[in-house]
Design a protein around this ligand. Structure first.
Ligand code: F6P
Length: 319
């Protein structure tokens, strides 16, 4: 193996640049050449591929987004798209790849490995919804951004004695809501993994008000419903002077936290080491603070499990 390629795919996540840097620098350190592929699998198929030097990844570790750009490209699920990608790999003499992205990106990584191009997947998504890893690259930063916003909402909520429903991202997973809710001192956390009864929540808000609680924050995972719909439902049971706030894509941006930079650096270097060992079709993770890898196929058979002890903790701490 002489030459590896790297791409970022799916929704961007803070720390992707740190991962690209780590892959590039580790590979160069081990005597390999590195090629960047722009716009994920779409760029691979289009041949938007260029050499990456150590200098190219300088001054990148602290920047959000991905300087290789990203794209969602479902067409890569078709053999036709895959074969076009492989043509490009041949043309550029690329022997193996590292793919940074969410679970959609892992399907492409597995297909490339099956075609004879060892590919390693790194979990890059703010959603933290990938099995066999305690944390994904970008999650810590996204949660920090959400908590920063919740802190600010506390100020205005208490000034007006209002109830805020704050919708956070996470796709179908409740991780962002759970972590942001606990860290942001939420009155209530609503996640797809736990049932809820809006009437009971209204009753709790009422009781909280009676006990003198002036700033009510309900953190709602986007996978449950929209904040505005939740607010409307809540308003049926009382006058809470409620407001709905959707944090949206602001959670995807910003300079990665120390935790995300270090995680991305460790995972990026490890991915190159796996390729040098002749391995492919693996997904890198962090479990109990150790960098690990699992067959991508095993990921497809498993379901990510959020830390629901945070939900119970919050129930107890918000009374
Ligand atoms: O997967 C990351 C994520 O930000 C999810 O939290 C969200 O549901 C989705 O992507 C938004 O996708 P898009 O950027 O395509 O609107």
């Amino acid at each position: 193996m002489k030459r590896i390629g790297i791409l970022t795919s799916g929704g961007d996540a803070p720390g992707m640049n740190a991962a690209i840097r780590a892959v590039t620098r580790r590979a160069i350190d081990k005597g390999l050449e590195v090629f960047g592929i722009n716009y994920g699998y779409a760029g691979l198929v289009a041949g938007d591929i260029f050499p990456l030097t150590s200098d190219d990844v300088s001054d990148r570790i602290q920047r959000g987004g991905t300087f290789l750009y990203s794209a969602r490209y479902p067409e890569f699920a078709n053999v036709e798209g895959q074969l076009k990608g492989i043509e490009q790999l041949k043309k550029f003499g690329i022997d193996a790849l590292v793919v940074i992205g969410g679970d959609g990106s892992y399907h492409g990584a597995l297909r490339l490995t099956e075609h004879g191009y060892n590919t390693i997947g790194l979990p890059g998504t703010i959603d933290n919804d990938i099995p066999f890893t305690d944390f994904t690259i970008g999650f810590d930063t996204a949660v920090s951004t959400a908590v920063d916003a919740i802190d600010k909402l506390h100020d205005t909520a208490s000034s007006h004695e209002r109830t805020f429903v704050v919708e956070v991202m996470g796709r179908g997973a409740g991780d962002v809501a759970l972590w942001a809710g606990v860290a942001g001192g939420a009155q209530k956390i609503i996640v797809p993994e736990r049932d809820f009864d809006i009437k009971e929540i209204a009753q709790e808000v009422k009781e909280g008000r009676e006990q003198g609680n002036k700033n009510m924050i309900i953190v709602l995972a986007e996978g449950v419903m929209h904040a505005e719909d939740f607010k409307k439902e809540l308003d049926k049971y009382g006058d809470f002077d409620s407001r709905a706030t959707v944090l949206g894509h602001v959670q995807r941006g910003g300079s990665p936290t120390v935790k995300d930079r270090v995680l991305a650096s460790k995972m990026g270097a490890y991915a190159v080491d796996l390729l040098l060992d002749g391995k492919g079709g693996l997904a890198v993770g962090i479990e109990n603070n150790k960098i690990t890898s699992h067959d991508i196929l095993d990921l497809f058979d498993s379901k990510h499990k959020p830390d629901l002890s945070l939900y119970d903790l919050n129930e107890s701490l918000s009374r």
